[in-house]
Design a protein around this ligand. Structure first.
Ligand code: ZN
Length: 512
């Protein structure tokens, strides 16, 4: 397929006004073949012509951190701290074990939302309950393949017993309950490596490179050093992004002194000491980091995934954005899971990233600019995916992952400053076309690749039928709540030498 965009403004990080004057852009196959006066002349006779006129052509948005298995649970839970939230979000009840069709449908829900709002690529750090069965992994990848989005999938699967991952619980639980949490997961290191073998062999590089594998430890405290090293070796061998949640909550900072294996070292320091903090790593969240952690991340070349909406929904705290930028740490943006953002819309994430840091320091010189936020969205996202040389820019030779924005909508009328209006005004409703690898997958009205209405109807029926089992699973999870609540309160009361909360929560910390 070849497509000629005629007379479009092209997004630019440096041009005056934030875009080029109207010009032509030719897409041949999966890539951008020409930009400018020569593009029309090079277009094949059968090229699809998209008249630009009032439009901006920009890189597709990249959702750099996401978990698809709870796509069907938007709005399902009240706001709670992460450790309490996780008790309820995906309970391991036999009756809730998904069928491949269910995994396919739930993956589709968010993929459709992303394509409709101009997101062309996603990094899916998918957890599988109870474990990553090959037919479920296949169903997720098949959905991404069918809908036409660019996607990498990792298996976000803990390998250690629950008791090893959390502080204080051993003292807070009665003996019988403690024993339940001391058992290692039935699906161990060898099983997980076999699941990765399936993922990589079957899917990595499929759909002409549009589908890929990544690796994930979930978080350093959730796996053994041996398995951590296994995944690093896989990541190095195939050049795969490596996902690791780090210091998302204050409780995770407290762990350093509460689990002997960390020996007083933060999760970042622990990872660096294992020799596993690398430029392939996506350090997810990095909220409760200190200056030494940030120096280690900067030295490693890792990218930090910033998920400001999820961080607010779970009350986790605010990532110290300007401290990362001071050290030139690359930042990418993500929604995190649909149960903790409640939208899979990167425009909302960009706006939140552009706003929340303004209340963390009174010095406006340190507040993110709109252009910085867009840089995180495009080049940060491309780097996180290990595709910095071919994604995130509208440039000749780059992959044609593109979003066309109508500049005559309310968000851009009148035009005052393109970059600021992209970050603070646009919500996805001005997206007129989404292209992935040169293929038009959303034409401004419909997703062109699948029967959207049919999939949504099927999803409504299927997930409604799951509600009784889900309610039962949540009732069963209630028995853990008192101990988990006490654990979170105890962690909150610890002095860890820094605070990433704002307002009353931070003040209480300072005056304690
Ligand atoms: Zn996450």
């Amino acid at each position: 397929m070849s497509v000629l965009f005629r007379g479009v403004r092209v997004f630019s990080s440096s041009a005056p006004g934030g875009s080029t004057p109207p010009t032509d852009v030719l897409v041949l196959g999966a890539r951008i073949a020409a930009i400018g006066a020569t593009a029309a002349g090079l277009a094949p006779r059968d090229a699809v012509v998209v008249e630009g006129g009032r439009h901006l052509l920009m890189p597709g948005l990249i959702n750099a951190h996401f978990h698809s298995p709870v796509n069907h649970m938007k709005g399902a839970l009240p706001s709670l701290p992460l450790e309490l939230f996780m008790l309820y979000e995906s309970p391991a009840l036999d009756a809730l074990k998904p069928s491949p069709r269910e995994a396919y449908l739930r993956t589709m829900l968010a993929a459709l939302e992303m394509l409709r709002s101009g997101t062309t690529a996603v990094q899916d750090d998918a957890f599988f309950v109870p474990h990553p069965a090959p037919e479920i992994v296949d169903a997720v990848m098949q959905a991404y393949g069918d809908v036409g989005i660019r996607a990498t999938l990792a298996l976000d699967q803990p390998e250690l017993p629950e008791l090893d991952k959390l502080p204080f619980l051993a003292e807070l639980l009665p003996a019988a309950m403690r024993a339940e949490l001391a058992a290692p997961p039935a699906f161990g290191r060898a099983d997980l490596l076999a699941a990765y073998d399936h993922l990589i062999t079957r899917w990595h590089g499929q759909a002409e490179g549009r589908l890929g594998a990544a690796v994930s430890v979930s978080a350093p405290q959730r796996v053994s050093p041996d398995y951590f090293a296994d995944l690093d070796a896989l990541s190095r061998k195939h050049d795969l992004p490596f996902y690791a949640h780090m210091l998302e909550t204050k409780l995770q900072r407290v762990l350093k002194d509460e689990q002997p294996r960390f020996g007083g070292r933060s999760l970042v320091r622990y990872t660096a000491d294992l020799g596993l903090l690398s430029e392939r790593m996506n350090v997810i969240h990095a909220i409760w980091v200190d200056e030494a952690d940030l120096d280690l991340i900067a030295a490693s070349g890792a990218t930090v995934a910033h998920n400001p909406v999820s961080n607010l929904r779970l009350g986790s705290g605010v990532m110290p954005f300007h401290k990362l930028r001071e050290r030139a740490i690359p930042i990418c943006l993500g929604t995190d899971e649909a149960i903790a953002d409640d939208a899979v819309n990167m425009w909302g994430v960009a706006k939140m990233a552009g706003l929340i840091h303004n209340i963390t320091t009174p010095d406006p010189e340190l507040w993110p600019t709109a252009s910085e936020v867009l840089d995180c969205l495009f080049t940060g996202g491309a780097r996180a995916m290990r595709r910095g040389d071919e994604l995130g820019r509208v440039a000749v030779g780059h992959l044609a992952d593109l979003t066309l924005i109508d500049l005559e909508t309310l968000a851009f009328t009148p035009m005052n400053d393109l970059h600021r209006q992209l970050v603070y005004c646009e919500n996805g409703s001005s997206v007129r076309l989404t292209m992935v690898a040169g293929r038009i997958v959303f034409d401004g009205t419909r997703v062109t690749t699948v029967n959207e209405a049919g999939l949504l109807a099927e999803a409504r029926e299927l997930f409604e039928s799951r509600q009784p089992a889900l309610a039962e699973a949540r009732r069963q999870a209630d028995r853990w709540l008192p101990a988990y609540k006490a654990m979170v309160a105890r962690a909150a009361a610890c002095d860890v030498g820094l605070s990433r909360w704002v307002g009353e929560a931070a003040r209480q910390m300072e005056t304690r």
